[in-house]
Design a protein around this ligand. Sequence first.
Ligand code: SF4
Length: 344
Amino acid sequence: MRHITNPPNPYNKLSSEFVGEPPPTKLEVFEETATKKLITKAFASGWEGGWRYTVNCYRGCVHGCTYCFARQYHEYLGYGAGTDFETKIVVKPNAPQLLRAELKKCRDKMPHLDFSFATDPYIALEAEYKLTRQCLEVCSEFRVPVSIVTKSPLVTRDIDVLQRLEKVSVFFSIPFLTKERSNPFEPYTPVPDARFRAMKTVADAGIKVGIGVAPIIPGYNESDIPGLLERAKECGAERAFMSMLHIDTPSIEEYFVAKMRERLPETRVAKIINSMKRERGGTLRHRSYKERMTGKTEQWDVTQRLFDFHVRRLGFNIKEFGSDHLTVEESTAPETQPQQLTLF
Ligand code: SF4
């Protein structure tokens, strides 16, 4: 059983603590009928034009990855970044109508749309609400290139819509090879095997797929990199990117460390914390946006080289892809060489 655990919300003047055992969590679904805007323009260094445009039909994510940077967005709503993020889910029922209205006005200025970044577009509620599906239908109508990042096999339900899109890519976020290794950090996500099976189904349907080996948690999952890339290749992936764990706020740090302590032996926790601090110059959080995605040490260079080696060996990142905006970094390598991608 899960109990309510939320770090104090820095945007609330007051916070309270439970005296004794906190109550169990329960799933609560809120329908936000007053949503005015669906497409979010967000700065992304290294992204095409420096900006990306994202669509999220939900707020909060039942997958509950302890490292999730989107936890901070729940605090803007007055909720907590801990279990509130995983159990208080806000649904935007008018998302498809809003998207259509916005695209009517700005289709010409919209290079592509990314589904994800504040939530997984295929959380279980999507099976009932079908909002991501309807938004993809709108994108097909307006011929907008789309990229999806998910951890859920539910995306396979929408293969028929994905096939109608002019340009589309589906990235599966799979940073751990086994359920046992994933579980301490991704307690409620579909297991890695299920994500790989879904990747193969989507690839077999002729849709471009990729793998996001993200986040790399220093001292924990570097050794999974070769195996993850090999399995992704077997399942039809053509693109791969990697990024380092970034903990964006004190609330996320508090929750991330507390959950590690609940689920991993103390020696393992100490190894991760010490490795992370070395990469971040003494703290768990990066000091600047520039440092957010990478580490500082030789160990991180070794990790990067390990990833690059297997990307080259397996032939990732060579062919033209469904939604080309993901090829973003300048590379000194010849054009036929694979290029490292960044997504977060
Ligand atoms: S699936 Fe994605 S959005 Fe959901 S909790 Fe995990 S990292 Fe966050």
